[in-house]
Design a protein around this ligand. Structure first.
Ligand code: MNH
Length: 509
């Protein structure tokens, strides 16, 4: 096994399809009272919002519960002690199931969808992790800044035309351009288009399809979703073609300055000398283009929604930006992390709406969850992060309120570990966490500094689901801020830190 290993992914059985086989004491786990024969717990469920339905069930049934759909039963977990126990990497690991498993035809053994036992996980992790080190991030910063300027140019034009801005649409343009240019030297020209790039349309198509597959009995899926399946195949083919073109262009022209694509194509494993196969490179490029923008876009959108709804919070964040950045037109890499309050706004948005709202964990041995629920090796549960993040026992009676002060240093220290998990946990936690947080903090800082946000008073937050979460139809009106007498910029010293063994998970809780 490689030196840089952060955990040893063990070879596991595929995982029980049904909770009955893996949880000997299923009777200890409550389920909705009225079950429909054959269909299961479908009363009050909406095919388009499986996550928000599960949140409703969670509120009724408590910290661990089960739901049955078409004869298959699944266990859901959100209580803080249960989630913390399942974060124990010596007894539990990522489970590739449900929505994630449905993405296998798109992303194969790419980093996100790989089974723990697939050798390409460790190989790709070790080869790509340095692409998310502090040095790498500092290198992406100028490109992130230049994409953000495309956004503000666009917003300036919308403002001048007296139009409200399409927040999720524009955040998606921004985050897609950011990952494609920093990671792959590719320009999708998103801001020059009126409609989303076809890559985005196909990506949303495959994500929605993967979600829909969970809402029909699997043997009947080919029949019930025939048209959708055909469209999905066309979407996957389009994603593959786009990516193959990008790779071909790079092979021909070379020169990505050591970006992610260069790493995927050229870098050999430090110990084994192995490199990623062409088929695996294709899977990784799709994985990073999708995972690298969809969730960050949602997080930025939710944060802007809350900032528009809470002018006092926006004012405080804006004051911080003025104070820390002053008149520097182009804030440097180290000046982004200094926006502590802006970062809290982002954390608080990710608390209420973690845009990748669930992750699955499986037992790597026969064990007892918190000493109460026996699990056989391979049994698994879905962790509902939005409920964990709203548990009144952790977050207080006002857990549903937006309050960034929950993330000031003292409050964070006083909370138990594993109570805030928007990026998942353990060896398979998000590799792009720092990337996303840096990009989103930078962009929020730039937007707060330049605009005042006015909500549409008639707007009620509606959340669309396509495995990820996004505020639907969110539009905001902008005012250009009048030039303020901002205080002189504070000089921010670059900290010197030694690199942990794994550049992305060295400090993971
Ligand atoms: Mn991301 C894994 C959330 C941004 C690339 N990401 C995960 C997981 C969560 C997650 C949760 C774990 C899933 C699981 O256990 O099944 N990710 C996010 C959120 C944001 C995000 C909420 C933004 C906000 N992710 C990004 C960005 C990138 C990225 C940006 C790339 C540039 N994420 C990944 C990859 C994985 C992952 C790759 C899989 C890592 C692995 O299993 O080794």
């Amino acid at each position: 096994m490689a030196e840089t290993t952060t955990a040893t992914p063990t070879a596991l059985p595929k995982g029980f399809r049904d909770a009955e086989q893996g949880w000997p004491h299923l009777d200890r786990i409550p389920h909705p009272p009225r079950r429909v024969p054959l269909l299961g717990d479908v009363l009050g469920a909406d095919r388009r919002t499986p996550l928000q339905d599960s949140l409703r069930f969670a509120r009724q049934l408590g910290p661990i519960f089960r739901r049955k759909a078409f004869g298959k039963e699944f266990v859901f977990v959100w209580g803080a002690d249960l989630v913390a126990d399942m974060a124990d990497e010596s007894r539990f690991a990522k489970h590739v199931g449900l929505g994630v498993a449905n993405l296998r035809p798109v992303a194969g053994d790419g980093l996100f969808t790989a089974y723990n036992h697939e050798p390409n996980w460790q190989l790709a992790h070790d080869v790509l992790a340095p692409g998310f080190s502090r040095e790498a991030m500092a290198g992406y910063h100028p490109m992130m800044l230049s994409v953000a300027e495309r956004l503000t140019d666009h917003w300036d034009r919308e403002l001048a035309a007296g139009r409200a801005v399409d927040v999720p649409g524009d955040m998606t343009k921004l985050t897609l351009e950011t990952i494609s240019r920093t990671g792959f030297g590719h320009d999708f020209g998103s801001f020059e288009r009126d409609r989303p790039h076809p890559f985005v349309t196909s990506m949303v198509g495959t994500l929605s399809y993967a979600q829909r597959l969970n809402s029909v009995p699997s043997p009947l899926a080919p029949l019930l979703l025939r048209t959708a399946t055909r469209r999905n195949e066309a979407d996957i083919a389009y994603l593959n073609r786009t990516v193959d073109d990008m790779v071909r262009a790079r092979r021909k022209n070379g020169g990505g300055d050591g970006d992610l694509l260069d790493r995927m194509l050229d870098t050999t494993h430090p110990d084994t000398g192995e490199r990623l196969s062409p088929e695996n490179v294709r899977r990784q490029v799709i994985t990073f283009l999708v995972a690298g923008h969809e969730t960050t876009s949602g997080s930025l959108s939710f944060a802007l929604h809350y900032l528009a709804r809470h002018p006092e919070i926006a004012a405080r964040a804006r004051a911080e930006v003025d104070q820390v950045w002053g008149d520097t037109r182009t804030p440097g890499y180290a000046q982004v992390a200094k926006l502590r309050y802006v970062r809290r706004v982002l954390d608080e948005s990710l608390r209420l709406w973690p845009t990748a709202p669930a992750y699955a964990r499986e037992a790597t041995q026969d064990t007892e969850l918190t000493g109460v629920h026996p699990m056989r090796r391979g049994a698994w549960a879905l962790i509902l992060t939005p409920m964990l993040h709203r548990d009144p026992e952790v977050w207080g009676a006002d857990a549903e309120e937006f309050d960034p002060d929950r993330f000031d240093a003292k409050a964070v220290r006083s909370r138990a570990p594993h109570t805030f998990k928007p990026f998942g946990t353990g060896a398979r936690a998000c590799i792009g966490r720092q990337f996303a947080l840096h990009e989103a903090t930078l962009v929020l800082g730039l937007l707060l500094r330049r605009y005042e946000l006015r909500p549409d008073p008639a707007y009620r937050l509606r959340v669309t689901e396509r495995l990820t979460l996004m505020p639907e139809g969110l539009r905001l009106h902008l005012n250009r801020r009048t030039a303020t007498a901002a205080p002189a910029p504070v000089t921010v010293p670059e900290e010197v830190r030694s690199e942990p063994r794994c550049p992305v998970h060295g400090t993971d809780d």
